[in-house]
Design a protein around this ligand. Structure first.
Ligand SMILES: Nc1ncnc2c1ncn2[C@@H]1O[C@H](COP(=O)(O)OP(=O)(O)OP(=O)(O)O)[C@@H](O)[C@H]1O
Ligand SMILES: [Mg+2]
Length: 233
């Protein structure tokens, strides 16, 4: 790891989903350096998406600190947090979370509305959205399609374009290639790593495909950074 301060740092973090006999996670110390690309591997149900949700502050650690770009996200107000997340993190959710009735273009451009810094990096947002669609192999004319009318693999690529637009410093991707064929997966990863190289973007990506390991700076196994807690509290 480099000497630069971590862009992502979880310290003595613990979280337990509400309810009796629920799943919990303890993360003593997990750091990612700026520009680093990290592949996170772990069995289904091991808490990968739970961990990413804490990083993106959609759920909050019960104890400990989650720092993103040096900011303890628990100290932000709800409004500050939404803006901070939009600015700092390009997020590809496991379930994509597109707006199904909005156009592909509107879905891709959405984060820019909440992230003026990302918006400023682009001269022409529509042209940039089109460039990303083309680079990801989406069909001609897709920008005006309703997102919900696309195939699952196409929707996943729209979610990827939404995460990449405006080059946020951190890309968090939860199995972003699960619905893509081998060629489209390779195209997506090329684009992701090209952006990371050109802009120093940090990447934390979850996958079940350990064959991707060689393409990343570092591979982290859930079992090495987190202890899962199961059973009654
Ligand atoms: N919204 C929720 N409410 C309650 N429990 C949850 C919720 N989401 C996840 N869990 C629990 O947390 C545990 C870990 O789930 P999580 O989705 O983090 O795993 P994962 O490693 O991402 O799995 P997968 O590879 O299948 O996506 C599961 O046992 C699940 O029951
Ligand atoms: Mg998951």
């Amino acid at each position: 790891m480099t000497e630069k301060p971590a862009i992502l740092h979880l310290e003595d973090v613990s979280y337990r989903w509400p309810g009796r006999a629920s799943f919990g996670l303890n993360v003593p110390d997990f750091q990612v350096a700026p520009s680093e690309t990290v592949l996170l591997l772990g069995a289904s149900g091991s808490g990968k998406s739970t961990l990413l949700s804490m990083i993106c502050a959609t759920i909050f650690a019960d104890a400990g600190q989650v720092n993103v770009s040096g900011q303890n996200i628990a100290q932000l107000s709800a409004g500050q947090r939404d803006r901070f997340r939009a600015e700092q993190i390009g997020l590809i959710f496991q379930q994509f979370n597109l707006l199904p009735f909005a156009s592909v273009a509107d879905n891709i451009l959405l984060p820019l509305q909440f992230a003026p810094e990302r918006r400023k990096r682009i001269a022409d947002p529509e042209a940039e959205a089109q460039r990303l669609c083309d680079a990801l192999g989406l069909p001609q004319g897709v920008m005006t399609s309703r997102a919900g009318a696309l195939s699952v693999g196409q929707q996943q690529r729209v979610a990827a374009a939404r995460a990449l637009i405006g080059t946020p410093p951190l890309i968090i991707a939860d199995e972003p290639t699960s619905s893509l064929d081998a060629e489209t997966q390779a195209t997506f990863l090329e684009l992701l790593f090209a952006q990371s190289q050109a802009h120093g973007t940090t990447v934390l990506m979850v996958s079940h495909d350990a064959r991707l390991a060689a393409q990343f700076d570092r591979v982290v196994k859930m079992a090495d950074i987190a202890t899962a807690v199961r059973g009654a509290q």
